[in-house]
Design a protein. Structure first.
Length: 159
């Protein structure tokens, strides 16, 4: 098995390079930094431009490595779906976007494995919660009204 050293990092997906923070951390381990950088960029390309947590597991004996990619934050996924760079600075006054129910479901499905919630409905409510602080509506509704729709079962045919 060898000695495994794990290096956690928060990287910008698809834009990782051999500079800090990875280069100086990986250098002393004697691994091929560029092959690790290339592997991270390849594995994170679907989240390009988003901050993504990664763990690099390095076998210090034979220099083999494995990359484990986490999920971007919920707010990053919402921003990507809406094509906005960030949420609203004044979420109660300024709305930056409007998620469709399908977009809400897509984000919820991608987050279900990393959530403590046990049903797609409850994950969707967590995502809607993130929409509140970002100034994002769902199907033209405020987050509060969207949660009422989820709770009342109005959207059950989608869940």
């Amino acid at each position: 098995m060898g000695n495994i050293q794990t290096i956690p990092a928060l990287v910008v997906a698809g834009e990782v390079n051999a500079g800090p923070p990875l280069g100086p951390t990986l250098g002393p381990l004697g691994v091929n930094i560029m092959s690790i950088v290339d592997a991270i960029n390849e594995k994170t390309k679907d989240y390009k431009g988003m901050r993504v947590p990664v763990k690099i597991h390095v076998n210090t004996d034979n220099k083999e490595f494995e990359i484990e990619v986490g999920l971007p934050t919920t707010s990053a996924l919402i921003s990507k779906e809406l094509g906005v760079s960030k949420g609203s600075g004044k979420p109660n006054e300024e709305i930056v976007g409007d998620l469709t129910l399908d977009q809400l479901l897509q984000i919820s499905k991608s987050k279900i494995d990393s959530s403590y919630a046990t049903t797609l409905k409850s994950v969707a409510k967590e995502v809607i919660g993130s929409c509140v602080s970002m100034g994002v509506k769902i199907e033209g509704l405020s987050a509060k009204d969207a949660i009422k729709k989820v709770d009342s079962g109005d959207w059950d045919d989608k869940f």
